[in-house]
Design a protein around this ligand. Structure first.
Ligand code: HEC
Ligand code: HEC
Length: 296
């Protein structure tokens, strides 16, 4: 606030307080039983009785309290108050306290590996907070994912679920690319794949259909998904034989995937999250698919 407006605010505030007191005493001078001379409906008279003492005192006390407050705390223009308190300072102190607490919490976890952190309730609660703040938007608050966003609780991994792989995925991010086969495949080749891939794990799939599918798959798809269809964690090619689908199973979704291709990006968190935060969130994710040996 520039000095003029500061002075203006101080002047108005002080004038208001003095005005209040003046108004009070100017109107407190009546004598008991003194009439103002106003009469309504023949008998209804208005008196000028003084205000009760206790009420008057309460009012004066309120004004004094206000004056005291404005002397101690900020409120009068640029005047900061004798106590020197400010909301900014208070927040700063609070923040420092929280930072100190979080340093202490992380220091207690230093030197533990991911599986040990995954059994440590305090590491898990830190990891869960990091997850809810940064990851839940894509993977869901329960980490069960959605179409195109992998489920992190099912023990089925595109890139591998070991502690090292999890830390690597989170730190560096991932980019999965399945090319489009629209111009490569003839209609009958596409049909052979669409009739086979979604039903890979179905034991009742007719033998001839399976044979035709496998034949085409070996030529076009095996380089990435493996001859056995179990995927390749180095490039994030999913296992197609386990009936767990990132983009949905069934003929139509698989046809869509083959014709249009798919691209997914898991952002890199290096720089956004500290190393400690990446370790605890990795431990949290690890714990989700290792419930039996995780902390209760
Ligand atoms: C913008 C959306 C988005 C956010 C935010 C996000 N992820 Fe992901 N994540 C993805 C996608 C998409 C994939 C799959 C990438 C692929 O298919 O190549 C993925 C993959 C993963 C994988 C590998 C899964 C596997 O099967 O190998 C892990 C682990 C993971 N995310 C953990 C996290 C964690 C922990 C966070 C928070 C720090 C996070 N993600 C935040 C979108 C996101
Ligand atoms: C260049 C390597 C590559 C080739 C070749 C390839 N894929 Fe893929 N495929 C991927 C990757 C990587 C993904 C995961 C994409 C993502 O995460 O966005 C994928 C995803 C898929 C999915 C989705 C799986 C799910 O869980 O929803 C299907 C189905 C699929 N591929 C089938 C095929 C078929 C059929 C062929 C042969 C015509 C083929 N792929 C060839 C790399 C490949």
């Amino acid at each position: 606030m520039n000095p003029f407006w500061s002075a203006f605010v101080i002047f108005i505030s002080v004038a208001m307080m003095i005005g209040c007191l003046w108004l009070l005493f100017a109107n407190a001078r009546g004598k008991p039983g003194e009439s103002t001379g106003h009469v309504w409906d023949d008998t209804l008279r208005e008196y000028n009785n003084p205000l009760p003492r206790w009420w008057l005192n309460l009012f004066v006390l309120t004004v004094l309290f206000g004056a005291g407050y404005l002397l101690l705390y900020p409120g009068l223009g640029n005047f900061g108050g004798w106590l020197g308190w400010s909301s900014h300072q208070q927040m700063q102190r609070h923040l420092e306290q929280l930072t100190r607490q979080s340093h202490l919490a992380y220091a207690a976890l230093a030197g533990k590996d991911i599986p040990a952190l995954a059994r440590d309730p305090s590491a898990l609660s830190l990891g869960r907070a990091v997850f809810l703040n940064n990851c839940a938007g894509c993977h869901g608050a329960d980490a069960r994912g959605a179409i195109g966003f992998p489920n992190l609780t099912d023990g089925d991994w595109l890139y591998g679920g070991t502690p090292d792989k999890l830390v690597e995925t989170i730190t560096r991010g991932r980019h999965g690319v399945m090319p489009s086969f629209k111009v490569v495949l003839k209609p009958e080749q596409l049909q052979a794949l669409v009739d086979f891939v979604p039903y890979w794990s179905d034991p009742e799939l007719p033998v001839l259909r399976r044979a035709a599918g496998v034949k085409q798959f070996t030529v076009t798809c095996a380089p990435c998904h493996g001859a056995d269809g179990k995927g390749n964690p180095l490039i994030g090619a999913p296992n197609l034989t386990d009936d767990i689908w990132l983009f949905g199973g069934g003929r139509e979704r698989v046809r869509e995937t083959i014709l249009g291709g798919r691209q997914s990006t898991m952002p890199a968190w290096d720089g956004t999250l500290s190393r400690d935060e990446i370790r605890v969130v990795a431990a949290y994710v690890y714990s989700l698919s290792h419930q039996q040996d995780a902390a209760p």
